[in-house]
Design a protein around this ligand. Structure first.
Ligand code: ADP
Length: 534
């Protein structure tokens, strides 16, 4: 956890960088200082060596001046060595000292070693000095101490003159500097670590707070206190975080509202549904009850219908028989077969005759309609010429046509035949034709018959009073009579067209139609199939 925190990471980075820099400085300082020391000490010791060499040269000069070099040489050498010993040696343990060897590696001058100590020739550094004329190098002496030495051959006496210093002393300054630097660095580190930690903690703490707030937000707590301080990146981040959190809060609040609203709506809807279910159950009960009532009423109606049919059947006989008698006897009297009658009697009887006939027509029509409505019509299908049916209709109305002085024209497609109920077809044509006669005062009637679209079409056209547009739609309804001066003159039941439509559609399997304009005449149309559909 600690290793993951930014403070730790930054601190380790900075300390790492500091350690690298410190180490580099130390190494560089050490290297540089050693280099400087090397150069300055080389000069110093070379100077010292030169002084000894100069001293020896002066001795040799003096020796030469004696003119008896061979005699005095050894004495001069001993004296020179003694003088040098006195000058340079203070104690046998001194660590910086000059020394002199001969070419056999024997010690001529040394603070501790004497001539009696034998040859040092086998030591590698002595060999090196024997081989070279001059030089400076590091070596390990016979006592195992690391040393640095500078030497030069003194040619006159073939001596090796050197000056030696322990490395430890030579580089003491450098070591001191390095150690002091290390201590300074360590102290700086010790001061820097807590200071840096404190500064970093200061920088990081807003980030930490932000992290905690974001953690709290992730676990659903949007109210963790958080303040955006400062205008640095972290401050801006915190400000934006707060803004974002507020906007989320607002959205959540809005969603909560919506949710509450929805919950309320659902509850209301459920309530309404329950209510509706209640009503539906009530309605179903009501429908069931009404259906039961309707079924009952239906049964009653059926009973009434049966009663009506029975009544009509019996009435037809009971009424028509006396009516036929009245008509028959009145006709006989009117024809004068039962003796002379006065004009007034004739007039009265004619009224009786007409009324009885009208009543008979009405009864016949009513019976026909009720039979069709009760579905009790037997059809008798036979193949007939359309021309024959039309001729029968015309014949039955010949008297009336001629009586009114109306012209009659028939245009029938030759050889047109149908398989249908002859009596019903003729009845339909008679109904159309009798109306054409009744509602025409002048002009003529044209009957046409032909085949269109696989149906036989019979049209009865007159030049009578015509029918207004608004009356046309109700023309084929029962008991409809349209007011006109002719309707009061000519007797009628208002059942003729209704019956025709019933016969045409329900018995003959066809249809009816009318085209008319008021004052100009009408055309009544009957369409039937060539064969009654079974
Ligand atoms: P009605 O016995 O009165 O003739 P219909 O059912 O045959 O009864 O006719 C209904 C009404 O239609 C008639 O009263 C008449 O006003 C009108 N009508 C029928 N045919 C014609 C026609 N050819 N010209 C004008 N009016 C007609």
């Amino acid at each position: 956890m600690v290793a993951k925190s930014i403070t730790f990471k930054l601190l380790s980075c900075m300390l790492g960088a500091f350690a690298v820099i410190a180490l580099s400085v130390l190494l560089l300082a050490d290297f540089q200082v050693k280099d400087i020391i090397n150069r300055s000490q080389n000069d110093i010791y070379r100077e010292k060596l030169e002084a000894i060499i100069r001293f020896l040269e002066m001795r040799v000069e003096k020796l030469k001046a004696t003119g008896m070099r061979a005699v005095y040489e050894e004495d001069f050498q001993d004296l020179a060595l003694r003088t040098l010993r006195q000058t340079y040696y203070e104690s046998p343990n001194q660590r910086i000292f000059p020394f002199i060897l001969n070419m056999d590696g024997e010690v001529l001058m040394h603070p501790r070693l004497g001539h009696n100590d034998g040859t040092l020739r086998d030591l590698p550094y002595i060999q090196r000095m024997v081989r070279q004329k001059e030089g400076a190098f590091r070596y390990t002496d016979e006592a195992g101490e690391k040393r640095w030495g500078i030497f030069r051959r003194f040619g006159e006496w073939n001596w090796i003159v050197g000056f030696t210093v322990p490395v430890e002393i030579k580089y003491a300054d450098a070591r001191l500097l390095r150690n002091s630097l290390a201590v300074i660095m360590a102290v700086i580190m010790l001061i820097v670590i807590p200071v840096m930690s404190a500064i970093l903690a200061g920088i990081i703490s807003p980030v930490k707070r932000l992290t905690e707030a974001s953690k709290a937000m992730a676990s659903g707590n949007l109210d963790q206190p958080l303040h955006a301080r400062g205008e640095d990146e972290v401050g801006i981040l915190a400000a934006n975080f707060i803004k974002m959190r507020n906007s989320i809060k607002e959205k959540i609040a809005a969603l909560d509202d919506k949710n509450n609203e929805l919950t309320r709506e659902i509850a209301e809807r459920k309530e309404a549904e329950a209510e509706l279910r209640k009503y539906r159950t009530q309605l179903e009960d009501l429908v069931r009850e009404r259906t039961r009532e309707l079924e009952k009423a239906n049964e009653q109606l059926k009973e009434i219908d049966t009663l009506k049919s029975m009544f009509i059947a019996s009435m037809s006989h009971e009424l028509r028989t006396p009516l036929n008698s009245i008509i028959g006897f009145t006709g006989v009297i009117l024809q004068g077969l039962a003796g002379e009658i006065t004009e007034e009697q004739r007039d009265q009887l004619q009224r009786v005759y007409a009324s009885a006939k009208h009543l008979l027509d009405l009864i016949t029509d009513v019976i026909d309609v009720s039979k069709i409505e009760a579905g009790k019509v037997d059809t008798y299908v036979e193949e007939i010429a359309v021309e024959k049916a039309i001729a029968d209709a015309v014949n039955s109305l010949k008297v009336q046509i001629d009586g009114k002085g109306l012209g009659l024209e028939t245009r029938i497609q030759p050889g047109l035949r149908v398989k249908t109920d002859r009596r019903r077809l003729t009845q339909c044509i008679i109904n159309y034709l009798s109306n054409a006669v009744k509602y025409s005062e002048k002009g003529g009637i044209t009957i046409t018959a032909g085949e269109t679209d696989g149906m036989v079409e019979i049209r009865v056209k007159d030049s009578g009073i015509g029918i207004s547009e608004e009356d046309l739609p109700r023309l084929f309804n029962s008991f409809v009579r349209i007011e006109s001066h002719l309707s009061t003159l000519s007797p009628g039941t208002g059942l003729g067209l209704y019956l025709t439509k019933k016969l045409a559609t329900e018995i003959l399997g066809g249809s009816v139609a009318v085209e008319s304009s008021l004052g100009k005449g009408s055309t009544f149309i009957l369409r039937i199939p060539r064969e009654i559909p079974s």
